[in-house]
Write a protein that binds this ligand. Structure first.
Ligand code: KG4
Ligand code: ZN
Length: 336
């Protein structure tokens, strides 16, 4: 039996999770996962303030470590490996989780694993059974939008990415324009229910490319807004959401066809969106692809996905080094 403890502090959520294998590093079982959100602290500034985020991680992480070990009914000294998100993310936030995990690893004489946040998202649809299969993976979060060809663990090829805003960023920015709260994704989804998604003709950008662009869509909403009168919020939210979803679904399906996989996966905060899951699931069923998404609680930032990635890496025999540094711009796929 092996136990892994992971910290996630790449942005504004502090996460600690503990995972155990029933037979060495296989058959992973989540023992606890604690997340503390800082949304309230940043809301009044209209965005994330890095120094506030790192100070909060420093306050929250020890509390969550205590809660997570108590919920898992384990002693810290019995943990076999410590992991933390090493990037991409805010440097000062990443440093907190990585420093704590390294300190624990050094203190208890155990391995330290640096985990890529994007790999955490990308693997999360396999959390239920751990059997990673080749797939075309759509990662849609607040900071990233990418399509990846997944051949196996640590064997990824980038298909396309956003050239400007991430999909989640577009949701957040449009929500701000509409005077809605942060994060904007859930706010827009809620208001889009019952709205007419065909009422406003919003742009679908770069349809012929494997890359994405969402800033034109945001600008289109900005120019449209002053012209609108009366009751338009639900229709505008539905039209905007549909414009994003249509682009995501179309490019994902084109990639699945082109790269000849049987499976399509989706992960990241935006994949909480029920309408995106429904439309992508339907497109996969129509075109004969299997479809997998993580459960909603695993889609937004959390440490369980980091523990899971660490687990799969340990199982596959990947090494670890306590000297591995954080990297705010850590790519999912190393260049060269
Ligand atoms: O993965 P995540 O928690 O953090 C990053 O790694 O960026 O993603 C957060 C993003 C935010 O932009 C948020 O607005 C978006 O995910 N999001 C959603 C929904 N829930 C969260 N977007 C659309 N619909 C949702 N239901
Ligand atoms: Zn994320």
């Amino acid at each position: 039996m092996k136990t892994v403890l992971a910290l996630e502090t790449s942005c504004d959520e502090t996460g600690v999770a503990i995972m155990r294998g029933r037979n060495g590093y296989s058959n992973s079982e989540l023992l606890s996962s604690e997340v503390a959100s800082q949304i309230a602290e940043h809301e009044k500034y209209g965005g994330i303030v890095p120094e506030i985020a790192s100070r909060n991680h420093l306050v929250q992480a020890p509390r969550l470590l205590e809660r997570a070990t108590r919920a898992a009914r384990i002693e810290m000294s019995t943990v076999d490996a410590f992991a933390a998100t090493s990037g991409p993310g805010l440097a000062s936030s990443l440093m907190i989780g990585a420093s704590i995990a390294k300190g624990l690893a050094i203190g208890f004489g155990k391995p330290y694993l640096a985990i890529n946040h994007l790999e955490g998202h990308l693997l999360s649809p396999f959390f239920d059974n751990g059997e990673l299969k080749p797939n075309v993976s759509l990662i849609v979060s607040g900071g990233h939008t990418m399509l990846v060809e997944v051949h196996g663990l640590n064997n990824y090829r980038l298909i396309g990415r956003t050239v400007d805003d991430a999909a989640g960023e577009a949701f957040d920015k449009v929500a701000k324009l509409l005077g809605l709260g942060y994060p904007g994704g859930p706010e827009i989804e809620r208001r889009a229910r019952g709205g007419d998604s065909a009422r406003f003709d919003l742009p679908r950008s770069m349809l012929d490319s494997e890359n994405f662009s969402f800033s034109g869509l945001k600008t289109a909403v900005r120019y449209l807004l002053p012209k609108l009168r009366g009751d338009f919020l639900a229709d505008l939210c539905a039209s905007f959401q549909q414009a994003v979803i249509e682009v995501l679904v179309r490019k994902t399906m084109a990639a699945a066809q082109k790269y000849n996989v049987d499976l399509v996966t989706v992960s990241g905060g935006v994949s909480c969106n029920q309408e995106l899951r429904r439309q992508l699931g339907n497109a996969c069923a129509r075109d004969g692809f299997e479809f997998k998404s993580a459960e909603a609680w695993l889609c937004t930032d959390n440490a369980a996905m980091i523990a899971f990635a660490a687990f799969l890496r340990l199982r596959a025999g990947f090494g670890s080094t306590v000297t591995e540094e954080i990297d705010p711009n850590l790519p999912l796929i190393a260049a060269g």
